[in-house]
Design a protein. Structure first.
Length: 143
């Protein structure tokens, strides 16, 4: 299959979008999520006990929940992209997410899939729906 220049550009933009999400979460710059999700996005973090809601509700949840972690790092790869129209796509992305918490730096490691529905907007590709699918979660006692 030969890709057009537009398809190549779209794929690069979508990969950049997924990286912006990871950096926004890891740096706790939740306002940067405004450039990742559509304003009416549906975001479902419930598989790990998190929130389900729109972008504003998700940002509020993250602001309340993330301070319990002293460090975090979302490592994403293996994204599949299926274009469902000129301005829409479905993606599935692997994520390995180690996080430390507490004074003893207990390590929690989550493996998950991000299952997304994307749309092209006037400002570029955005996530309209994100659902996390759990693969594993392990907690390792700190030092």
């Amino acid at each position: 299959m030969t890709l057009t220049l537009q398809q190549i550009s779209d794929r690069i933009e979508i990969h950049d979008l997924l990286m912006r999400y990871s950096y926004a979460i890891d740096t706790r710059n939740f306002d940067a999520l405004d450039d990742v999700f559509t304003p009416d996005a549906h975001i479902d973090y419930s598989v790990f006990g998190g929130s389900v809601g729109n972008l504003a509700e998700t940002k509020q949840f993250l602001g309340e929940a993330m301070p319990m972690f002293s460090t975090l790092q979302h490592m994403v790869s293996g994204t599949t992209i299926t274009f469902t129209g000129d301005d829409s796509a479905d993606t599935k992305t692997q994520c390995h997410n180690p996080m430390t918490m507490g004074e003893d730096e207990t390590l929690m490691v989550c493996g998950l899939w991000y299952v997304d529905k994307l749309v092209r907007t006037a400002d570029g590709w955005r996530i309209k729906e994100r659902v996390e699918e759990k693969v594993y979660m392990r907690i390792f006692p700190g030092a």
